[in-house]
Design a protein around this ligand. Structure first.
Ligand code: ATP
Ligand code: MG
Length: 788
């Protein structure tokens, strides 16, 4: 079996690339917008980093999406620095970000923008809001503002300054700008609704006073606009059509739209949220990355262990591999944590096609070829690429009496299954000869083998024996007199936990840093052919992995190599071994592909613990962005609250979960106490994730849910068993649509005569025919098309 293929299939089966099955949800929306001529049929996107840190691979996902969409729809994508916080931003970051975006292969042409260039216009928009009675200067303290905001269950209270006159507000705001007041004495707030169910709409702060120098505007300004005010207006000023952002901004969309409506701008972009990238064994929060850099846990922003673009580049990863990764993970509507193997797979697969193979010995063991005269040096031909790579090239490698092989490739007492060198054993030297071990030399003090003596068979040059005898092992090697001494940096995962962001109380995320994330080997030897390669050149060290010379520290005479990625997943093997050792004491943390766990890895799967053992902690429902009546329903019954809390650990989408718990659960449980149902929180979380990801339709999910409430079970299994996966592929749904339209000619005629409400009838028929499996959005779009 071809191992590469298996790896790909394995990855593919867990999370197929959305685009291989059709368009992802963002591209579907944009396709429809272009078709209907919304935004004048244009597509303009932007990538809006704040210059307060280096970009990471999560940003790369956003860059690939924004630039990718713009290119696919013949549109444009702006690079905009969202730089309105004078305390954290820096020109150094602006430069690094530009370098990284370019390196990833994207270009903004002349569309480079800075929100800080919009300060005058933003100020004018704020004045418009004040004049329209939609904003006011509040002189409450931060604490008072917080206190008056209310909670998810209680409405807020109005500030005593809310009724200031337009004139007074205009005057105060101008004087705020003029620097008359100290930091924190006044803010400008939108006047919306202090009882609004969306807490973000309770008179959000738009401007604050900060007497601080801005890295571009210097001391020109002492009031700075906040994100929710700046972002939408910057989008509008630039004529953005689709403002793509991550899910945590879902609740901000209402405010985004409010600001644009109330400032009465002409251009009103459309905000669409997608799931941010989270990756196993690393962190993708800038705040945490800053901490790792500033506290010296890593050597800098480009430390090859970091998930930053600069770190990945220095480690030897190519932009193509990162783009391929972005493509592979696709765009989803649900947050999840992506398996690190996916990234490693993309890196390996890309480098495999691209880089030459050379030989290097990481931990050398001296081998003396006793039947080769001391002065004899032979040159052997060695191809740079294996047969299955369509690239050519050879180099000469010197073969002489003293060689180095990998220490691990020799065993004095070889265990069963060890086919490499051992006393009396014959092995093949890659591209060289067969050698047989005839003696060993030991350190008298330690007893360690320090030298191995071998004979070679001159008839086996090139690696084949004329008498047809076979050897089981092939080892890599270098000639001691010719090899170059080098430092080899073995990089591994930065954290030893798959989810380092999940921290137990009293712990800090840096507690799970992997102490072995960098192992430096100072006595490596590499074949001499690499001597004159430029810094950053990438190789495969045969049988070891992919490496590159370090751009910062490597030079002629002092080579330093970084390991980009090992050939196979050695880590998984180590982990597996450890897991076996620890068996029975502790379970490994796992990350289900469809439904990531939010809480600690408790490993209780879908089995429900007896009620007595279940978490007794009180469930905190604040800060989840739920409507007050939902919070009330959830907190009214401890069983329901606990189930909800458990479900949240599997799938952290409070709103979606709350709606299932407060509607479907209440209906299906038919009055039975929730604690007695066989339904588990984990199973509920998985189910809701399946719906939100679009894997199953809502009607199908309701059927599955009914079963889960009656008899338990794992929704993923039930969906598989009953073949309920949603049909989103237009090609699968279209024949049914055609059949339905053909079956009701009179209704079609009525529709054409203006009874467009009949669309619902047709949708219903198609849904019925597909057993509820068709994706209603796809059905609606196809029906519209079919009905003309
Ligand atoms: P902070 O944590 O400081 O808010 P950020 O990571 O959101 O920073 P920004 O510079 O504000 O960084 O992000 C620029 C863009 O990149 C935003 O549109 C943001 O949504 C997107 N982005 C940031 N992190 C990720 C991620 N992990 N996955 C996908 N997109 C991301
Ligand atoms: Mg941000």
């Amino acid at each position: 079996m071809n191992p590469r293929k298996t790896e790909l299939e394995d990855l593919g089966s867990r999370e197929p690339n959305a685009r291989s099955q059709g368009l992802d949800f963002i591209r579907s929306i944009i396709t429809e917008d272009v078709r209907t001529g919304k935004h004048g049929g244009l597509v303009v996107t932007r990538f809006p980093p704040e210059p307060n840190g280096f970009l990471h691979i999560g940003h790369a996902k956003s860059i690939c999406l924004n630039y990718g969409v713009a290119a696919e729809f013949a549109g444009a994508c702006n690079l905009r620095f969202d730089d309105t916080n004078p305390l954290t931003e820096d020109m150094r970051y602006v430069e690094a970000i530009q370098q990284d975006v370019r390196w990833l292969g994207f270009d903004w042409d002349d569309r480079l923008y800075f929100a800080s260039d919009y300060f005058e216009r933003l100020y004018d928009y704020a004045v418009i809001l004040i004049e329209r009675g939609k904003a006011y200067v509040d002189s409450s303290t931060d604490e008072e503002i917080r206190e008056f905001r209310g909670t998810v269950t209680e409405p807020g209270r109005e500030s005593p300054y809310r009724q200031r006159s337009v004139e007074e507000n205009c005057d105060l705001f101008a004087r705020m700008r003029d620097g008359e007041f100290p930091d924190g004495s006044h803010v400008l707030r939108a006047k919306i609704d202090m009882a609004h169910p969306n807490m973000l709409m309770r008179d959000p702060v738009l401007y604050r006073i900060r007497h601080a120098s801005h890295y571009r505007r210097g001391d020109e300004w002492c009031i700075y606009p906040l994100y929710d005010f700046t972002h939408c207006l910057s989008d509008s000023i630039e004529g953005i059509t689709h403002s793509l952002c991550t899910l945590e901004f879902k609740d901000n969309r209402e405010l985004y739209d409010w600001v644009l409506d109330e400032t009465q701008v002409d251009c009103h972009p459309q905000q669409i949220e997608f799931a941010r990238l989270n990756l196993q064994y690393t962190v993708l929060s800038k705040r945490k990355l800053v901490e790792l850099v500033q506290k010296g846990h890593v050597s800098g922003w480009d430390d090859p262990r970091l998930p930053t673009i600069a770190g990945l580049r220095r480690r030897g990863v190519t932009p193509e591999a990162i783009r391929r990764f972005a493509d592979l993970i696709g765009v989803a509507k649900v947050d999840s944590r992506v398996d690190i193997e996916k990234l490693e797979y993309c890196i390996r697969d890309d480098l495999n096609q691209r880089v030459p193979r050379v030989m290097a010995v990481l931990r050398p063991l001296k081998v003396v070829i006793v039947n080769l005269p001391e002065e004899q040096v032979e040159e052997l031909d060695a191809p740079y690429y294996p047969h299955d790579i369509p690239k050519e090239g050879f180099r000469k490698i010197p073969f002489s009496r003293v060689l180095y092989i990998e220490r691990d490739d020799f065993r004095e007492d070889p265990p069963k299954g060890f086919f490499r060198l051992a006393p009396g054993r014959e092995v093949r030297l890659r591209y060289g000869y067969f050698i047989t071990c005839c003696d060993v030399v030991k350190d008298p003090a330690t007893g360690d083998v320090v030298e191995v003596h071998c004979t070679y068979d001159p008839a086996t040059r090139g690696g084949d024996a004329p008498d047809g005898r076979k050897v089981k092992g092939t080892v890599h090697w270098v000639s001691a007199a010719h090899a170059l001494l080098c430092e080899i940096r073995l990089y591994d995962r930065l954290f030893s936990q798959p989810n380092p962001e999940e921290v137990e109380p009293g712990q800090h995320f840096t507690d799970s840093l992997n102490p072995e994330s960098l192992v430096v080997l100072c006595k490596g030897r590499v074949e001499p052919s690499v001597a004159r390669d430029p810094p950053g050149t990438r190789y495969q060290f045969e049988r070891q992995g992919y490496f590159c010379t370090d751009v910062a520290d490597s030079g002629p005479g002092a080579l330093v190599f970084n390991r980009t990625v090992s050939l196979r997943d050695t880590w998984a093997k180590v982990q597996a071994k450890e897991a076996v050792r620890a068996k029975g004491t502790k379970r490994q943390a796992t990350t289900p592909a469809t439904a990531p766990r939010r809480g600690a890895a408790r490993g209780d799967g879908n089995r429900r613990k007896p009620a007595a053992q279940r978490s007794r902690r009180t469930v905190d429902l604040s800060g989840l962005g739920l409507a007050p009546e939902q919070t009330e329903k959830l907190s009214g019954d401890p069983g329901i609250a606990r189930l909800f809390d458990e479900a949240l650990r599997t799938y952290s989408n409070p709103k979606a979960l709350a709606s299932w718990v407060t509607n479907e659960l209440v209906r299906e449980s038919k009055g039975r106490p929730v604690d007695e149902l066989p339904l588990t929180g984990a199973a509920l979380g998985s189910l809701v994730a399946l719906v939100e990801q679009g894997t199953i339709s809502r009607p199908a999910a309701k059927r599955v849910f009914a079963e889960m409430v009656q008899s338990g079970g794992d929704p993923v299994e039930i969906v598989k068993r009953d073949n309920l996966e949603q049909l989103s592929d237009a090609r699968a749904v279209e024949p049914v649509v055609r059949r339905v339209v053909g079956a009701y000619p009179d209704k079609v005629a009525a529709y054409h005569s203006g009874k467009t409400g009949l669309l619902g009838f047709f949708v219903g028929q198609v849904m019925k025919e597909t057993g509820g499996r068709a994706n209603p959005e796809v059905v609606t779009a196809l029906l519209r098309e079919a009905l003309g």
